[in-house]
Design a binder for this molecule. Structure first.
Ligand code: SAH
Ligand code: SF4
Length: 361
């Protein structure tokens, strides 16, 4: 992306690389060799691909970019949530989070290490509670930049990641083409080999793209950030709800569930906004309609924003109302509150510190 004229080699699919090499008169096994250097041996330059002819290495370097992410900060320690702030080749800041084993995460078993990755620099959707949206949208990440977050974190932490959630900065479905390309690379046996069922896409509710996802054959999971069970409450905190109000959104979800089996709801609990028994009752109706499980997430405070999390007693009451109405809801005792765990926050703090953004909220 930094090098606008060249595509990052890590944005390519196997067959695309093979075709490209074939046109250059290379034997058909070259693509496999190169993918092996990229995703098994994980070298960081064409030069290091030592079993390729010199001439080919030079040609590859001329044709393709080989971008890396520069690690700017790592917060947290081995047993806690670790947060990585990266600088992209064009200078933009990006963040990803490594979450240690947790029993209540998306479809994973308790021994799974989860990475939360970003799909855009900033976000255009401007949810009122979210640090990523505060400063607007800058650009989409390309597939290579999405995949690279995983590679860098595995390298830096020395740990193998087995669960991927697209819950970092940005709205994944607003960058659908690159998202699906990145998922293919993450999922492929020649790529990172992570099972589709261990890949979860989170969306704020882009109804047309949810329908598109329903027609995708890959068995990834989908999480819908609901955060409000009526249009009134949802529109107050999520401007996207004015574009795709609940009726439109839930019809798209019906379609998705009919095609793909199921989805999960994310529901942040924000004190005095969406945490009433009434909202819990409305939420249970929606969840029953879609046979969806609900992840309740106590809100993480964001510097400069007025919202706060409800008391533990209120959180538990909300959960118990859902359960009374026959809905499965987990209440996350989320890790890493103290290191600004919700994505977008570390980047925001860094930009504030560097004087690159002013907060007018
Ligand atoms: N744009 C997508 C994915 C990125 S946000 C989406 O909105 O789903 C990932 C999740 O983090 C969303 O459920 C979002 O609502 C939630 N989130 C954002 N800010 C948060 C905060 N301060 N505390 C807790 N969760 C937050
Ligand atoms: Fe964007 Fe998701 Fe944050 Fe909303 S919650 S501003 S859609 S990143």
């Amino acid at each position: 992306m930094a090098n606008a004229a060249k595509i990052d080699i890590k944005s390519l699919l196997f067959n695309e690389l093979q075709e490209e090499l074939c046109e250059q008169g290379e034997p058909s096994y070259r693509a496999g060799q190169i993918m092996d250097w990229l995703y098994t041996k994980r070298v960081e330059s064409f030069e290091r691909m030592s079993d390729l002819p010199d001439q080919l290495r030079t040609r590859l370097a001329k044709h393709f970019a080989f971008d890396r992410l520069e690690v700017v900060h790592v917060l947290g320690s081995r047993d806690t949530t670790r947060k990585f702030l990266f600088r992209l080749a064009d200078g933009n800041l990006l963040e990803s989070v490594l979450i240690p084993a947790s029993p209540a995460l998306y479809g994973g078993k308790s021994d799974r290490r989860t990475i939360c990755i970003s799909t855009q620099v900033g976000c255009a959707y401007g949810c009122k509670f979210c640090a990523s949206g505060l400063d607007g949208w800058t650009r989409n990440l390309d597939a290579g930049e999405i995949v690279q977050q995983l590679i860098e974190i595995e390298k830096k932490s020395g740990e193998k990641i087995d669960n991927v959630v697209f819950m970092g900065m940005g709205e994944p479905l607003a960058n659908l083409k690159n998202l699906l390309r990145a998922i293919r690379i993450i999922n492929a046996p020649w790529g990172l080999g992570i099972g589709a069922r261990h890949i979860t896409i989170s969306t704020s509710g882009l109804a047309p793209q949810i329908r598109e996802l329903a027609n995708e054959p890959t068995q990834f999971r989908l999480a819908l950030s609901l955060h409000g069970a009526t249009d009134e409450v949802r529109s107050r905190i999520m401007p996207v709800n004015r574009k795709y109000p609940l009726k439109v959104l839930l019809e798209a979800c019906d379609y998705y569930v009919a095609k793909k089996g199921r989805l999960t709801f994310e529901y942040i609990l924000i004190a005095g906004v969406n945490d009433t028994d009434e909202q819990a009752r409305e939420l249970s109706k929606i969840a029953r309609r879609l046979s969806a499980k609900i992840n309740l997430i106590p809100y993480n405070t964001v510097e400069g924003l007025e919202w706060s999390r409800p008391t533990r007693a209120r959180q538990e009451k909300f959960q118990s109302v859902l359960r009374k109405h026959g809905v499965i809801a987990t209440l996350r005792r989320e890790k890493g509150h103290d290191i600004a765990a919700a994505c977008g926050q570390l980047r925001l703090q860094t930009k504030l510190a560097e004087g690159k953004v002013g907060l007018s909220v």
